[in-house]
Write a protein that binds this ligand. Structure first.
Ligand code: 2P0
Length: 341
């Protein structure tokens, strides 16, 4: 795999990464410490809402300093970043603390997770700042440790994150994302309908743990997800967006079914979610290829042909109110920005 760019020699680096939306979901960890998933997953990296992160080494500083959208990070957010920097320090054999400055362009309360783009950007900038010369595969493995889905945002377009197999050590080595080929004619868009911008009641980390521990439906979904993955790869290669959408929708609904069967149940879907799902069904009845996927929240992402995206967005706007619908095309993988001169 190519390197995102040659690492700089200055101890400072800036990287950009974009969010991704899974078409085959990651839901459930085999190992929490190593962030090893139970199943393979497959996503599309978006061309909107980049996160830009600068990591600057601070020799002599007694701790890391983290700024998120101009505000000093505290508590759990700070702990996750410093733990991640500790990993980079161990791998690079260096001990300096760092100053991390992150700007996230997901509109406040858009209901889209920023941990994927956030940790992909942090891994890319952090590795460069600490002179850790990693190719994209190893960057993906590193980003995974910050947040599982971040492993996929290292790559643009469609990406497959391997769960890894064998012993924990073997799985750690084998769990990374890689690009997935798609037919040249495939021109997808994801229309994002934000039905509720509020914070979620249960974190996805806690929800996936509870699902794995208590849901009698979990193993059945995990097994069926393997078949979904094989079929969606074939559909991507064949340029069959309708089949891609069909598989993505059933995989997401199956994931939510596992949560609904957890004890106690985890229910992210709201009445407005179901209203949007009805609109998507109506679009299909009108002959438009549109299929829905939902993550750890009530918002709906609708996969369609780019040529239909405006029409799909109009239809969804009617269900969620103006200003809450975004259109995303496939975007680039995480990359370093040239050093400022
Ligand atoms: C996904 N989600 O595949 C799934 C579908 C949410 C639903 O990845 O615990 O923030 O940091 O590894 O990556 C959200 O989980 O979780 C997620 P951690 P992450 O996109």
């Amino acid at each position: 795999m190519p390197r995102p760019q040659a690492p700089p020699a200055t101890g400072a680096a800036t990287a950009v990464a974009h969010p991704n939306i899974a078409l085959i979901k990651y839901w459930g960890k085999r190992d929490e410490e190593l962030v090893l998933p139970r199943t393979d997953s497959l996503s599309m990296t978006l061309g909107i809402f980049p996160t830009t992160t600068t990591v600057t080494l601070a020799p002599g500083a007694g701790h890391d300093t983290v700024t998120l959208n101009g505000h000093s990070a505290q508590g759990e957010a700070l702990r996750r970043v410093t733990t991640f920097l500790d990993l980079i320090r161990r791998q690079s054999g260096r001990s300096e603390h760092a100053v991390v400055d992150t700007v996230n362009t997901v509109p406040t309360g858009a209901g889209l997770a920023s941990s994927a783009s956030g940790f992909a950007a942090l891994a890319t900038a952090g590795a460069a700042a600490y002179q850790l010369d990693l190719d994209a595969t190893h960057l993906s493995r590193l980003a995974r440790r910050g947040s599982g889905s971040a492993s996929r945002s290292v790559f643009g377009g469609f990406a497959l994150w391997h769960a890894g197999t064998g012993t924990l050590t073997q799985a750690d080595l084998g769990s990374y994302a890689e690009p997935v080929p798609a037919a040249a004619g495939l021109d997808p868009a994801l229309v994002i309908a934000v039905v509720n911008a509020g914070a979620k009641a249960v974190s996805s980390r806690a929800a996936m743990r509870r699902t794995l521990d208590t849901s009698p439906l979990y193993e059945a979904w995990a097994a069926s997800s393997a078949g979904d993955l094989t079929q969606i790869r074939a559909a991507l290669l064949a340029g069959d967006l309708d089949t891609v959408g069909e598989i993505a929708e059933r995989n997401a609904l199956g994931m939510h079914a596992t949560m609904l069967a957890a004890r106690p149940a985890v229910r992210y879907l709201s009445p407005a979610t179901v209203t949007v799902l009805d609109r998507v069904l109506r679009l299909r009845q009108d002959g438009i290829s549109a299929h829905a996927t939902m993550d750890a929240g009530p918002n709906v992402k609708v996969l369609c042909h780019a040529a239909d995206a405006d029409q799909v967005a109009d239809a969804l706007r009617g269900a969620v109110g103006p200003g809450a619908v975004h259109i995303a095309r496939p975007g680039p993988g995480a990359h370093l920005l040239p050093a400022a001169t």
